[in-house]
Design a protein around this ligand. Structure first.
Ligand code: SAM
Length: 272
């Protein structure tokens, strides 16, 4: 299969483009908006999952750049360029930060190459996240990632698109074994609420893409086996270090979370 961007198919919905639509982006087609509208219309409020996720990612990258010496990031399932991409957030705090973006969506690759590879510290790698060895050994990765130095490995809203029989824990384990002590791992993941909203949203994703797996906090934590999960643990994304927010989507206001905001979890871990 070609991942060079030549195979954009506007007749089939794509995870990246539906997500872009939910975030208010313009890189989507009618077929993507149709799926996005199922969420907007039938599951009102569900768009909060996408915003809460993106805000937690932004906080996590900002904190890694501000509070650690890590200057290299691998962003797995990076998605379409949006308001605050990982290199922009990291380079705001530490301009020398380098980022490898990994995605297999053809639209992401076309726009990614234009917008994410904007300086000599970013690269876009078109390899499936289920082939970590292929990502690790890709020339573009080797060009800017020094695996003898700590790395931030980002699994933001990607592992819920990896089904159980595709061994998501094995993917994390692979990266854990490749990076040195002090490396950080950020994860955000659909969080099972064991409620009708979760079941309905899961059904829509499974019917559309054949993937989309909600996991419990315990299941998500077990994906980070062998890593030290940092405070405050695996929690609903809006509650993940909200005070440190520099995100445009998080005003830091105190209020009850909506049912939807409970359905996306975030957490950070460190390799001991
Ligand atoms: N990480 C971004 C974020 O959190 O805002 C984007 C998340 S978006 C929901 C999921 C992204 O993962 C999409 O861009 C999709 O193309 C990509 N993706 C899904 N399955 C993938 C796979 N097997 N390998 C690489 N990328 C994948």
């Amino acid at each position: 299969m070609s991942y060079d961007g030549s195979a954009i198919d506007p007749t089939k919905p794509s995870i990246a483009r539906v997500y872009d639509y939910l975030l208010g982006g313009k890189d989507n087609y009618a077929v993507d908006r149709e799926i996005g509208d199922v969420f907007k219309r039938d599951l009102p409020g569900s768009v909060a999952i996408a915003f809460a996720n993106r805000a937690a990612l932004t906080r996590a990258v900002g904190q890694i750049a501000k509070t650690t010496d890590i200057r290299q990031f691998i962003d797995l399932g990076s998605g379409l360029p949006t308001a605050d991409n990982v290199h922009q957030v990291a380079q705001r705090h530490a301009p020398e930060s380098r980022v490898v973006y990994v995605d297999i969506d053809d639209q992401v690759l076309v726009h990614g190459r234009a917008l994410l590879e904007e300086n000599d510290r970013t690269r876009v790698v078109a390899v499936d996240v289920r082939d970590p060895e292929g990502i690790r050994s890709h020339p573009a990765t080797l060009e800017i990632i020094d695996f003898t130095r700590p790395v931030a490995v980002i699994f933001s809203a990607i592992l819920h698109h990896v089904n159980d029989d595709e061994d998501p824990a094995g993917i994390v384990r692979y990266w854990r074994d490749q990076v040195p002590s002090g490396s950080h791992f950020f994860i955000s993941h659909f969080r099972s609420g064991n409620n009708p909203e979760t079941r309905e949203a899961e059904k829509v994703l499974q019917q559309t893409f054949g993937r989309g797996r909600w996991r419990t906090d315990t299941e998500i934590a077990s994906l980070l086996d062998g890593l030290e999960i940092l405070d405050p643990g695996i929690v609903p994304a809006p509650l993940w270090r909200p005070d440190e927010s520099d995100s445009p989507w998080n005003s830091g206001e105190q209020r009850e979370l909506t049912v939807w905001e409970h359905l996306i979890a975030a957490g950070m871990a460190r390799k001991p």
